[in-house]
Design a protein around this ligand. Sequence first.
Ligand code: FAD
Length: 394
Amino acid sequence: APPRVVVVGGGFAGATCARAVKRADPTVAVTLVERSPRYTACPMSNAVIAGLRDMGAQEFGYDGVAAEGVELLRGAAVAVDPQARRVRLEDGTALPYDRLVLAPGIDLRFDALPGYDEAAAERMPHAWKAGPQSLLLRRQLEAMEDGGVVVMAVPANPYRCPPGPYERASLIAHYLKTHKPRSKLVILDAKDAFSKQRLFEAAWQELYPGLIEWVSLSFGGRVTEVDAASKTLVTEFGQHRADVATVIPPQRAGAIAAAAGVADRSGWCPIDPVTFESTLQPGIHVLGDAAIAGAMPKSAFAANGQAKVCAAAVVTLLRGETPPAPKLVNTCYSLVAPGYGISVAGVYHPKDGLLREVEGAGGTSPPNAPPETRALEARYAEAWFHTITSDVFG
Ligand code: FAD
C-alpha cells in the first residue's frame, strides 16, 4: 500500500503542506482534514475592520488543493492514537497514517483572562480569527459616536502575528481620524516593547498625533480582568471604560495538539527544527502557529515556508532517508494607513535544537523613508497577500 500522510488543518500551514507532499511524491496518499468548507484569511483582515476592504477578499475554497490530488475530508479531528497511528474525527471516522501533520492554528484561551469568555467576545470582539468577529468589530466602530473611546487589550508573547495588534491600532486610528476625529484609541499592552515599534510610533506621530495612547506593561498596561456588560477593562493600575473594545486574549495551539499529546505545558508544541516532527510524539509533525518555532514569528508567511520544509522532510523520511537542515524566511508587512506600509524580515536556521535568526540577515523598513517607500511597501503587502493565497489555495 502507498504511504499515507494525514494533515489536520487547512490553513496557510496545512493546505500548503498537503499540496507540497503530493507534489514531491505523487505516490503518497495525502488526506487533508479541515472543519470548515471555506478558509477566511487573517492577513489584511485589519483593513476589513477599518472599512477599507471587503470580507469577500479574505475567503478561499479548497478546489485548488483537491485538484492537485489531495483527498479532502470535511470534519474535525478530535483524537489521535500515536501508538496505533490513527486520527479520529468527530463523526467517528478513523484515519490511519504513516506520518501525521498537525496544523490547527490557535485556540483563544477563554480561561486566561477573568471575565473574557465566548459570550464576552460577542461584546468585546477579539477578531483574532477573521470572519464574523472582524465584521462585528467593524459594525461597532461604525455605530460608535464621534468622541468615543476605543480600547484594545494586547497579550504578552507568544501570540499569533506579533505586529498584528499595532496594525489594527493604526487602521482603527485611520478610521477614527477620517470619520470620528474627536475619538481616541487606548492600547493596553502586556508588553514593554513590540514588533516594528519605532516605525509604528513614528508613523502614529506623523499620521495620528494625539489619537493613540499606548500603555505599556510597566505603566499598567496589562489587562487582568474585563467586564463585558459595562465594557470595562481592568489593569493593575486602574479601570478603562470603552465605547468599543477589542480584546485579544492569550492563545494556545489548537485543541487537537493537546489531544494528540504534542503540546507542552505552555500550550504550544515543541518541534525538531529540521523536520518539524514533535519532540513529544514521534511520527507527528506540527506546523504554523501551533508550533514553537524558536525565533520565527507566528505568521502566515512563516507557516507557508515551514509547511514546504516539513513536506520535503516527510517525503524524505518516508523513504528512510535523512532530511537536510533548512533555511527559512519570514516577512511581515503591516499597513499603517492606506498607501503606507512597513515591514520586518528575518532569515532562520536550526542551531542548537532551535530555529534561530541568522545574524546580520533581515531587518525592518528604514526609518525616515520618503512617502514613496511607504507607498511601495503598501503595494508589496497587497502583492504578497495575492501571491501567498494563490500559492496555498489557487
Ligand atoms: P490557521 O490559518 O488558523 O489554520 C488552521 C486551520 O485548521 C483552520 O482552517 C481551522 O479550521 C483548522 N482546524 C483547526 N483544528 C482543527 C481540527 N481539529 N480538525 C479540522 N480542522 C481544524 N500573517 C502574515 O504572515 N502576514 C500578515 O500580514 C498577517 N496579518 C494578520 C493579521 C491578523 C489580524 C491576524 C489575527 C493574523 C495575521 N497573520 C499574518 C497571522 C496568520 O493569520 C497566521 O499566522 C496563520 O493563519 C497561521 O496559519 P496556520 O495554518 O498555522 O493556522
